[in-house]
Design a protein around this ligand. Structure first.
Ligand code: BDR
Ligand code: CA
Length: 312
């Protein structure tokens, strides 16, 4: 079983990712660490705890960074995820309490408790991971893998013409995470933007798991409206579930190794420029640390994996 911390800003596609991970028999979610992003961190922390309780998961849920490392302010995505982070579904109050630790401290603690085993699935801005690296640089050698939803290596961005929202929200943190010498795998808009899911898919999730599927269906309606503005078919992208699916079905993905350079310049902030290893370019493109990036996926098999996992 993969021991996984999900670092998250729920968030509608975060909800899909978290429930998928809870339901998959090969994934052991040992904690949720929240970060600002789609909405304020007070709300993402609350929502993360609500999701854990909804799925009867008695695990630590932490509150983390309220804003980026160096950028002046967070850029929320309430026009995509709603005021409270769950579309038009009203805010819910959790029954239990948050873990008292900062998300970054929890990541450090778990990396030290499970050396060589811990996987971090980062599906929000990368601020908590960057803080964790500063708190304890030794975690780069202890964390088994960091799977990231973020970036756009070969396609345009979604929050600016060149940047994807998670990376744009804290480009300095992202740069630190990609430049650290741990095993990073990026799942960006290159693949996630083409993975569109419609109402028939949501109905199948609910057929499989009435409670959790229904919650995804309800929260996703507002999200689908946003994603359907420029398309004929009403559908949406569950970006964040992709790296979790990779953990249990890596064979569905086409993964390339190379150098990821994150721009912290104001105009191109958050751009993730990727250069395949051995391309023969000059510095800084010709040396590691290298990252992996997903550039292809078997959509039909991935869709079936989601449906089967909800069906249990
Ligand atoms: C990413 O940004 C957030 O709005 C989503 O939850 C996802 O993590 C997509 O760009
Ligand atoms: Ca997210």
């Amino acid at each position: 079983k993969h021991k996984v911390i999900i670092d998250t800003d729920p968030g509608i596609d975060d909800t899909m990712a978290i429930f998928f991970a809870f339901l998959h028999p090969q994934i052991d979610v040992i904690g949720l660490t929240s970060v600002f992003g789609n909405v304020e961190v007070e709300k993402t922390a609350r929502n993360a705890l609500v999701l854990a309780e909804m799925a009867n998961q008695n695990i630590p849920v932490c509150k983390g960074a309220a804003g980026p490392f160096l950028h002046p302010k967070p850029g929320y995505a309430k026009f995509v995820h709603g005021e409270e982070g769950f579309g038009t579904v009203a805010a819910m109050e959790p029954k239990g309490q948050l873990d008292p630790r900062h998300s970054a401290q929890f990541i450090v603690d778990m990396a030290n408790q499970y050396p060589g085993e811990l996987v971090i699935a980062a599906i929000g801005p990368l601020t908590n991971l960057a803080i964790a690296l500063q708190l304890d640089p030794s975690i780069v050698d202890k964390v088994k893998q960091v799977v990231i939803m973020g970036g756009a290596a070969t396609v345009p961005g979604n929050i600016t013409p060149v940047a994807e929202a998670n990376i744009w929200n804290d480009a300095h943190a992202a740069k630190m995470v990609f430049e650290a010498s741990w095993d990073t795998v990026m799942f960006g808009l290159d693949i996630t933007n083409n993975l569109r899911f419609n109402q028939a898919f949501l109905d199948k999730l609910t057929d499989g798991n009435a409670k959790l599927g229904k919650f995804i269906d309800e929260t996703s309606q507002f999200y689908m409206d946003f994603y359907s503005q420029d398309t004929e078919d009403r559908a949406c992208c569950f970006h964040d579930a992709t790296p979790l699916a990779y953990l249990v079905a890596p064979e569905l993905f086409d993964i390339k190794l190379g150098k990821m350079v994150v721009s912290t310049d104001e105009l191109t902030r958050g751009q993730t420029a990727f250069c395949h290893k051995d391309k023969g370019f000059r510095p800084p493109w010709d040396s590691g640390p290298y990252s992996k990036v997903a550039l292809g996926v078997d959509k039909a098999a991935l869709t079936q994996l989601y449906i089967d996992t909800f069906a249990g």
